[in-house]
Write a protein that binds this ligand. Sequence first.
Ligand code: PMT
Length: 388
Amino acid sequence: MSTAPSASSLSGPASTSQTFSAKEFFDTQPAPASLGAHTALVRDFVQRQQKEGRSVVLVTSGGTTVPLEQNVVRFLDNFSAGTRGATSAEYFLSQGYAVIFMHRQHSLAPYTRHYSHTTNPFLDLLAEPQEGDDTAPSSLNAPDGWRLGMGRGPHTHSKVVPIDDGAEAQPQQSQARAAGASSHPILVKSKHTEKLLPVLRAYHAAQKAQTLLRIPFVTVTDYLFLLRAVSGEMQTLGRRGMYYLAAAVSDFFVPEQKTPQHKIQSGKGSLVIEMDQVPKVLRPMVQDWAPEGYVVSFKLETDPKLLIPKARGALERYGHQLVIGNDLTRRKEEVVFVELEKEERWLRLSEMREALRGGLGGEVEIEEAIVKELCHRHQQWFQQAKLG
Ligand code: PMT
């Protein structure tokens, strides 16, 4: 993913741009402050999944930023909202994989994506509170910590009653609260409950099973440090680990050493920005960080003619298992699977609708087909290694 530099240097005369190797990058750029804590979370998560015999997939998702100041006021970004990653993560979970969801902070996330603040704002699902809404709901069972029932009395709404803020409610406490003794029920308009329930159930099921770990990043530097660390922790999974690199990673950045500390002042004419090339990390990823893993990268192009040659070029250069090609404007309708020495395979939503079940939100999404196909290929690859 390119964040194309329009010109050069952040302040004044042209400086010399540099091409960083991966090693130089990690030796000279600052690791994110939370790296140690996040790595520890990943370690625990991987150990738990391994004990339970689950395959684990790392899903990277969303765009990376390039800060223009150390005290960041301005930064460069890209288009990705993290739809591909968040949607795919849900399907991986439904296929029995544990998911490390490494995502751009505040981008779309599995389950909550159905109710983001812009599409389907959550407050729009709720009815305006009315007098008497704190009466007892009927006893339809909802996921833990919540009670859901059809509205009674004058309202034709369903009720979702928070019993406890995430903690396990004590039996008497639940009874008391469900009876409306100390909490006011929140009414969900009935037309929304049908769609909300499966999402809510799947969300709580993943929480209960502890199969989803969310790790945020913001800058391209954070992303690369995290990718290396998370891959390192996943090495113990061997072939049970899959790497699904769907994040839109900037190809250019401003090294910390060339980034001004304070806000760039206006009034000196145009701003000229020079960016250095971000090292391609697929090579160290395949060779050193995840040598036994099943590595899937994405190739994004805007010129459809370039898609397959570029995908094949990446496979030849880096030697990983699979590239999924997607064209910017058609990425939700079709993708192409490219493997070395095999014919490419197009997955087209228009040709597959009948064969797909549809997601939690009721829509048919291309990620369902992508993830099914990938899980199948990954499991086959895993079995082959066991046999031979
Ligand atoms: O989030 P959405 O709006 O749903 O969009 C999804 C998507 C279009 C972003 C996604 O499907 C996608 O194509 N992601 C990869 C975009 C990208 O970075 O493409 P690229 O051609 O620049 O890079 C190709 C591969 O090289 C990527 O898998 C990336 O992980 C890897 N890479 C990139 C930069 C870098 N420095 N090192 C890398 O190894």
